[in-house]
Design a protein around this ligand. Structure first.
Ligand SMILES: [Mn+2]
Length: 383
């Protein structure tokens, strides 16, 4: 008969061992703090970067580190070089919430600002290929890497490699630093750090007492569960908004030879015409539409703010969209395959009608196909 072994008990540490672990932990943080203080003080300015395709932990820890650098009296910049369209909506909310108070810059801007004896702090990754400025590493006075992921052959070579695999997240490490240095953080930064810890612990599903204690410090600085919940749902809400533009509100028009027609897609929010959109959402909708086989041009319209209708246009071999959009009154321009801009008006229906009119003239009389429901708003209906 097989002997069934007992389920391995969760390792229970004796009180003494726990104290040892806590001591080790605070010693490691103390060591990092000393390195950071010394290197920041000896540098001309500080650049901070997380990994490409930034997530909450990457952004949260960047913001916390920037606060540390400014606390030590150094100018500090956060480099995020991803195209805003590709950044996850939740991460984008965090970046946008801090854009005014933090210097968030692109790689191009970094090249302008780079100067001798600057410091680079890399957080939430230790791999060179995940860092947008990896081809500039030799230009820095020194590079500090703070991470909680395993090392491998792609790890950035630096004497200041601080990897703490037993930490839940880099946001946790940075929160410990802030706590130890007695630096108060704003609700924006507290929320970003809290979001970072939440993400990497699967919303505290994989976390222990220590992490909970550190998160409490952020709650004391006005991080709220409500904000984090909305942040996690942001991806979903934005995705749904874009999907409606792509699948629910499209009008298709076919032009030319019915055997080989030019198919143009027009979309805008037909349920809530005054809905405010991010420019990137409209761009994403136009991108998604042109990605379907059989669509030769796509136009998505929406308000960026009251009185300003934005248009994103995507073309193809058959359709040069810049030729079309520049016939409309407003600030519009671009290239053959990708164009757009704003028309300053509150009458979004007129913008669409004008646009369709330009397309009609360009491609001769159209054959209208309403593959999807089509509703044309008149001015009366709108008022
Ligand atoms: Mn992380």
């Amino acid at each position: 008969m097989d002997i069934i072994e007992n389920e391995p008990k969760e390792m229970e540490l004796s009180e003494e061992a726990k104290t040892d672990q806590d001591e080790n932990d605070s010693m490691e943080i103390e060591e990092l703090r000393e390195t950071l203080e010394e290197e920041i003080k000896n540098s001309s300015c500080v650049f901070i970067t997380g990994h490409t395709e930034p997530d909450f932990d990457s952004i949260g820890s960047c913001l916390g580190l920037q606060l540390i650098a400014s606390h030590l009296g150094k100018e500090a910049y956060i480099i995020v070089d991803d195209n805003p369209i590709t950044i996850e909506p939740g991460s984008k909310v965090l970046i946008d919430a801090s854009r005014e108070s933090s210097h968030i810059i692109t790689k191009e801007e970094f090249k302008q600002l780079q100067r001798p004896k600057s410091l680079l702090i890399v957080t939430d990754t230790n791999k060179y290929y995940k860092v947008s400025v990896s081809d500039h590493l030799y230009e820095f006075r020194s590079v500090i890497v703070i991470d909680h992921h395993e090392k491998d052959e792609a790890t950035i070579p630096t004497p200041y490699l601080f990897i703490k695999e037993n930490s839940s997240s880099c946001s946790e490490i940075v929160t410990q630093l802030l706590e130890q240095m007695g630096i108060d953080c704003s609700p924006e930064i507290a929320n970003a750090l809290f979001a970072g810890i939440s993400l990497d612990t699967k919303r505290f599903f994989r976390s222990g007492k220590k992490t909970h204690g550190i998160a409490q410090h952020l709650k004391d600085h006005n991080a709220t569960e409500e904000y984090i919940k909305d942040l996690f749902l942001e991806d979903f809400v934005t995705g749904k908004r874009i999907a409606k533009l792509v699948f629910d509100y499209v009008i298709f028009k076919e032009y030319g030879d019915p055997m080989s027609p030019i198919v143009v897609a027009f979309t805008q929010d037909r349920d809530n015409p005054y809905q405010i959109y991010h420019k990137e959402d409209l761009a994403k909708a136009a991108d998604d539409l042109i990605g379907f086989r059989g669509i030769d041009a796509s136009f998505s319209l929406g308000f960026l703010e009251e009185g300003r209708v934005h248009m994103s246009a995507r073309g193809s071999e058959k359709v040069n969209v810049v030729e079309i959009v520049t016939k409309l009154p407003g600030q519009l321009g671009g290239k053959r395959l990708s164009a757009g801009g704003s028309v300053f008006t509150n009458d979004i229906q007129k913008v669409e009608q004008d646009l369709i009119h330009v397309c009609d003239e360009q491609f001769e009389t159209g054959i209208h196909t309403d593959i999807h429901k089509q509703k044309v708003y008149t001015n009366q209906e709108k008022n």
